[in-house]
Design a protein around this ligand. Structure first.
Ligand SMILES: [Zn+2]
Length: 303
């Protein structure tokens, strides 16, 4: 495994942005039997035989068509259907988080397409009227623009930046070097993860890291380096991974935010993971990539 390795950032499609206003191309492509569509009820997916099901356009109920783009010679779409018009039983439709927790087949392999589709579904779901005058909205750009029929204001999909970070202290690479992780009260015993928080208006990523770590753990952070990023459409986040260097090890944990925050050496993390007393993030999350990158090796995690 090479670092940084962020699974959900891999295998992107061509978003074919220049095609979004080409009505003839959109109509021809929709009519092409090789095109595939992810039907979304509100913001929910329906697994078919346990996997994300991409269907032919001929099999899609009436709804709002979203062009996702092209990959492997196929044109990919989403179709947003009102929950009352969605086929099947209401309980058959599940949220993306549930699909990911259950490792539904096709979610991780096609995550850029699925995240693009669900992210836009979340945006359409939350933007029913013009924020300026309250009038109706008209869909343009194959689902990527909403224009007010009253005042003409155009809206575009939003992405909310959030920082997620390892914070370290001590001689880099030495046995004494430590990494700061925290836990929330609602988590199972022993679970620790990287600190995180939303970037505020007018704030740089580095200052967001310094502010969040100071607010949550009472630790001053100096230099901050960029690590990598990962889309996280719950409902519209982009997780920006960073690594901060702390100026000191004193902690002053804000217990409204965190139940606990602690410094861990690499040996403590390895031993805790091995005997199960410490559970760190695993799998596809960028927090897992951050922790394992600092550790320098994969670490057994169970969540
Ligand atoms: Zn308006």
């Amino acid at each position: 495994m090479s670092f940084p390795h962020i699974d959900l950032a891999a295998n992107a499609h061509d978003r074919a942005g220049v095609r979004r206003y080409d009505e003839q191309w959109l109509a021809d492509t929709w009519a092409d039997p090789s095109s595939r569509v992810l039907v979304i009820s509100g913001t929910r997916l329906r697994p078919i035989d346990g996997r994300v099901e991409w269907v032919r356009t001929a099999d899609v109920p009436a709804g709002r068509r979203i062009l996702l783009g092209e990959r492997n010679g196929v044109t990919w779409w989403a179709c947003l259907v009102d929950p009352v018009d969605a086929p099947g039983e209401r309980g058959e439709w599940i949220g993306l988080r549930q699909a990911m927790m259950g490792s539904m087949a096709g979610v991780f392999e096609d995550s850029p397409l699925v995240f693009h589709a669900v992210g836009l579904a979340e945006w359409h779901h939350a933007h029913r009227h013009c924020p300026r005058c309250g009038a109706q909205l008209e869909v343009r750009a194959a689902g990527h623009e909403l224009v007010c029929v009253g005042c003409g204001k155009a809206q575009f999909p939003r992405t909310d930046p959030a920082v997620i970070m390892t914070v370290t202290h001590g001689e880099p690479g030495s046995p004494d070097e430590v990494c700061l992780l925290g836990r929330q009260a609602s988590w199972p015993t022993g679970r620790y993860s990287t600190l995180a928080g939303f970037v505020e208006p007018g704030e740089t990523l580095e200052d967001a890291v310094r502010r969040e770590v100071w607010e949550e753990a009472g630790v001053r952070v100096g230099p901050v380096d960029y690590f990598g990023n990962q889309p996280w459409p719950f409902p519209a986040s982009l997780m920006l991974g960073l690594v901060g260097r702390a100026e000191a090890r004193e902690l002053d944990v804000d217990h409204d935010e965190l139940e606990d925050a602690r410094w861990f050496t690499r040996a403590e993390l390895r031993a805790g993971a091995a005997d199960g007393s410490i559970v760190v993030p695993s799998g596809i999350s960028i927090s897992s990539a951050l922790v394992q990158s600092w550790l320098g090796e994969p670490l057994a995690g169970t969540w």
